[in-house]
Design a protein around this ligand. Structure first.
Ligand SMILES: Cc1cc2nc3c(=O)[nH]c(=O)nc-3n(C[C@H](O)[C@H](O)[C@H](O)COP(=O)(O)OP(=O)(O)OC[C@H]3O[C@@H](n4cnc5c(N)ncnc54)[C@H](O)[C@@H]3O)c2cc1C
Length: 396
């Protein structure tokens, strides 16, 4: 990368996983691309279940070969009703071989994924890195002016807002967002365990939210434990022995003896949806465009599809001599993303609400739905394919 010229086809604001992927994919199309992202160590211990075509995209961008060794294969997903309620759903198992795949995807720690993305981004001569935050973003008729916190200025025809939940780019575009606090939090930590996970991800549905054990390489799993904010605080305050015991109890000892590894984090959960995905030469990707609770592992998978779509649409527009920030190009991006993001937001919200509901008819409906999924093969296979990618995007 070089640190020069102020005028770009595209400027990506934010260097999280969605922004780095978008910047790499855009630079790969030949667009003169700027990336505004402060270099900082990745802050938490989250892992990401990369599903379906997400790793194909990362493979194409020459990112996946750099981190593949840190990922565990996900072959089976198991849902266990652990609500202890009168009406309980049967256990449901989804196996990738049922839909003719070797695996659903891979679980990888975000630090390894980020290191691979950073390493690839650092190789691209068409990608200029500004090791800084954007401080002001000002869309005009022909371009967008950006000023960095340390006072550098640049202009770009299209800005990609990949600056997360409190997006300055979204605000500059004049895009409003609806925010709903879920009054739940996710505690994340990693464990080692005495029995093999056999590449099975197990989700225990408790009355406060799901607690999922997702395979990592070796006899290790990442744990995302969703509960009330108060319960998450209680778990967070435990010492290692207490949390190991609580995790083993919550897993019903299916992984044998559990030992928590150092480091844990709590994430308050919310759902956020923007009024639009793009406006005024600014297109949103990743969490600036959608915030979901970590149910069904959809968040970053959606963010990677945002990145792939904006790179395809802007790259194609430029190859036809179009301005990548022109309204008709942004309209194509809006059409490409809306149904995917909205349908997943809706499905996850319903799944979460039905789990938390104390209303008996809702609990019965939920149990009946899971029973149908468990017992009707074609329905189960449809659901599996839909979790991996929306039907209208699939090529096979
Ligand atoms: C507990 C938990 C588990 C999850 N598990 C999964 C999973 O298994 N699978 C999955 O697909 N998703 C998962 N997700 C969702 C996933 O983690 C997020 O979708 C993803 O991290 C969002 O990435 P991002 O790049 O959009 O945003 P971020 O990672 O928030 O990156 C935004 C970046 O922009 C930078 N920034 C902000 N303002 C500026 C500015 N003005 N100028 C420049 N830079 C700026 C920030 O510093 C940050 O680096 C999970 C989420 C949680 C909370």
């Amino acid at each position: 990368m070089n640190d020069a010229s102020p005028d770009y086809d595209i400027a990506v604001i934010g260097g999280g996983p969605a922004g780095l992927t978008a910047a790499i994919a855009l630079a790969e199309t030949g667009a003169k691309t700027a990336l505004l992202a402060r270099r900082a160590p990745y802050a938490d211990n989250r892992t990401t279940a990369l599903l379906g075509a997400s790793t194909d995209l990362l493979e194409r961008l020459d990112v996946w070969p750099r981190c593949r060794d840190h990922a565990a294969v996900l072959q089976t997903m198991r849902l266990v009703d652990d609500t202890g309620r009168l009406i309980r759903a049967p256990e449901v198992r989804f196996s990738s071989d049922e839909i003719g795949r070797d695996q659903f995807g891979f679980n990888i720690d975000n630090r390894s994924l980020m290191a691979a993305l950073e390493s690839r981004a650092g190789e691209l001569s068409g990608l200029t890195r500004f090791d800084d935050d954007a401080d002001a973003i000002d869309p005009q008729d022909a371009d967008v002016s950006i000023r960095t916190r340390q006072g550098q200025s640049l202009t770009a025809r299209l800005v990609i807002g990949a600056d997360g939940r409190h997006s300055l780019a979204r605000e500059a575009a004049g895009i409003t967002v609806t925010h709903r606090d879920l009054h739940q939090s996710a505690l994340t930590f990693n464990i080692s365990h005495s029995r093999p996970h056999k590449n099975i991800s197990t989700e225990f549905h408790t009355p406060q939210g799901p607690c999922v054990f997702v395979p990592l390489p070796g006899n290790r799993c990442s744990v995302v434990w969703v509960s009330s904010a108060k319960e998450a605080e209680r778990l967070m305050a435990m010492n290692d022995d207490e949390l190991s015991e609580a995790a083993e109890k919550q897993s019903h000892s299916i992984l044998g003896a559990v030992r928590v590894e150092p480091e844990r984090h709590v994430f308050p959960l919310a759902i956020e949806s923007p009024g639009q995905f793009c406006r005024n030469r600014i297109a949103l990707v990743g969490e600036s465009a959608h915030v979901l609770p970590p149910i069904g592992a959809q968040g970053l998978n959606l963010g990677l599809r945002d990145a792939a779509d904006i790179a395809d649409i802007a790259g194609q527009a430029m190859s036809l001599g179009e301005d990548p920030g022109a309204p008709q190009v942004l309209t194509r991006y809006q059409s490409a993303r809306r149904a995917d993001v909205m349908s997943r937001t809706f499905a996850i919200d319903i799944a979460n609400r039905s789990l938390l509901s104390a209303f008996l008819p809702i609990q019965s409906l939920r149990a009946a739905g899971l029973h149908l999924l468990g017992s009707i093969g074609p329905l189960r296979r449809l659901a599996m394919r839909e979790v991996l990618a929306p039907s209208w995007r699939r090529v096979s």
